[in-house]
Design a binder for this molecule. Structure first.
Ligand code: GLP
Length: 233
């Protein structure tokens, strides 16, 4: 794991931006993208830049179950607002949280990933070490699947909803095997509430109890953390 420790999230976004600039210039064109507050600054940099994603495909990690793309809390809406409405991509995929046929929804997303091997997978980090919506206990060999969110994740994400009771309790997420199939992985984590998960991800045993620890097995992982998230290292 290559660890880049930065003074603050804004410098972290600059570092990540540089990685994408170089990757694009070297021909990378399938980007696994993430939601959450962590990548917002990076997406701003993309929008303000002259980077050309018009030949690129975006494949997002996850979506709440039951929310359509018009719902302001959906991850499709988030991605449209923060990136896709302002930057043209050849195609952008987000798992379909509205398809009642879960088997069809997960299978078709796996097919999208298979047909578009991911060059760089961007990840945030859950406070409990989750990546995407792969909660602790998720087998490492999972592909796209339906997830029951843990209380810790519901609590953490409640800040985006009017009331905690509005936070969906299930999601559809790319699996850990899908994440690990990316050629390169870039994880960003900022703030002291991520410090424990960061330390376990980097130094802890590789265990399904801390999903991000699986990244120790990938041969091209870059982690961008700020001082606060690095406290326990
Ligand atoms: C959600 C998302 C994850 C994200 C995590 C951290 O659970 N499904 O992909 O990494 O939140 O979010 P934040 O960046 O807001 O801390």
């Amino acid at each position: 794991m290559k660890i880049i420790k930065v003074e603050n999230p804004s410098i972290g976004a600059n570092c990540a931006f540089e990685i994408y600039r170089v990757a694009l210039s070297q021909g990378a064109n399938v980007f696994g993208l993430a939601t959450g507050s962590t990548p917002i600054e990076l997406y701003k940099r993309f929008v303000e830049s002259d980077l050309d994603f018009s030949n690129s495909t975006a494949i997002n990690l996850d979506e709440y179950l039951g929310l359509s793309g018009d719902d302001k809390q959906s991850y499709r809406y988030f991605m449209n607002q923060n990136l896709f409405n302002s930057k043209t991509f050849k195609a952008s995929f987000v798992p379909d949280g509205t398809n009642p046929d879960h088997n069809a929804a997960t299978k078709s997303y796996d097919q999208i990933i298979q047909e578009n091997p991911i060059d760089i997978q961007l990840l945030g980090l859950g406070r409990n070490g989750h990546i995407g919506f792969n909660e602790p206990g998720t087998p490492f060999d999972t592909t796209t699947h339906i997830v029951d969110l843990t209380q810790s994740t519901i609590d953490a994400n409640a800040r985006f909803f009017e009331k905690e009771s509005y936070v969906p309790t299930q999601a559809i997420s790319m699996g850990i095997a899908s994440v690990m199939s990316a050629q390169k992985i870039l994880l960003m984590a900022f703030g002291k509430e991520k410090a424990e998960a960061v330390a376990k991800m980097v130094h802890g045993p590789i265990t399904e109890d801390l999903p991000a620890s699986v990244l120790q097995r990938h041969n091209d992982v870059t982690i961008i953390i700020d001082n606060a998230a690095a406290t326990n290292l």
